[in-house]
Design a protein around this ligand. Sequence first.
Ligand code: DSN
Length: 421
Amino acid sequence: MSDTFDPTIAAFDPEIAALLASENRRQRDKLRMIPSENYASKAVQEACGSALNNKYSEGYPRKRYYEGQQFVDPIEELARDRIKALFGVEHANVQPYSGSPANLAVFFAFAKPGDTVMGLGLPHGGHLTHGWSVSITGAWFKSVPYSVRRDDHRVDLDEVRSLARTHRPKLIFCGGTAYPRTWDWAAFAEIAREVGALLVADIAHISGLVAAGVHPSPVGFADVITSTTHKTLRGPRGGMILTGSAHAAAVDKAVFPGLQGGPHVANIAGLAVAAREAAQPAFKVYARDVVDNAKALGEALVARGFDLVSGGTDNHLLLVDLTRKNISGKRAARALDQAGIELNYNTVPYDPRKPFDPSGVRLGTPAITTRGLKVADMAEVARWFDSAITHADDSDRLDAIAAEVAGHLRAFPAPGLVLEG
Ligand code: DSN
């Protein structure tokens, strides 16, 4: 056997090992507030880094195209069963590589190129794969995006109904990536039924909140539910599609062999672990804290004169419109990153600026809540945020805030990080 593969990463590839160590420290020392990110547990990461990375398993449990599935089959079955129990659904496909392939599989299962689809427009908080023009879903399908209202930034259900009646879409997507408010699944279901559309709820951002019961569930309203598994749900990178049994066969066929080859079974094992974690009482406490922290942070930012899209939040994320602060989203995001607060610049509804340098920043509380930060810490987070924006051009000041942030975080160990010393 070649000994090339035996040494540890530190011995064999010190360059990559050093970068990985730096990333671990970065994740330890920063307030990670990108709302789609989190810290997966050590147990989830162990599954993802396991020998399952060596295995091909095209097909589904008991119906594979490769041998050697003695342990993969029960792992995928456990993942499916735990997800079904967690969300209360009849069928779960846990093979999508992530959220975008999960959505593409739904297109493949239930629509044909040229069919009309509706989704919340990207600049209003939707996702690329809900039919936005630059995505394959906008290029190959006739997309009719809906919006949020100018005055309160809530989804305009009157517009959704009117567009649906006019355009008779095949699919209506609800869910988004920068929408801080609760989704009215029942209202969407009523519109979809009226026009004969299939309702797809993309709960990628909020699946952990839905699993814990702190955001209403689309089960019983949406025909198909898609999600990533690594955001508020806190699992490995991956995707899933949940349905009733009526749509199970179409979804499974669309995922494999329709869209994907061999599933990433190590991540499916990670998802099984994450689903077990999400069924524990402690997960409900985490999910409630995610929302409470986001609300408290929103209030603290408003008290400091920041404008929040929709005025606040019902979930895990906040969208801050910086127009009145005379700083662009990109400049603010860079300054905040230097100050130890990691988030992303983002368009706000009806943004006059371009997406590459928009008017807002998007931030959320899942990762910092996983570390144990509570409502009482949010005033301090708002103070650092405010100070970094106010002193965006003062490099020394930003470094000083970063040191304060890292000092504060020492009391909140980050799960799953490998840290030497
Ligand atoms: N990139 C994800 C997010 O940050 O919301 C969506 O795909």
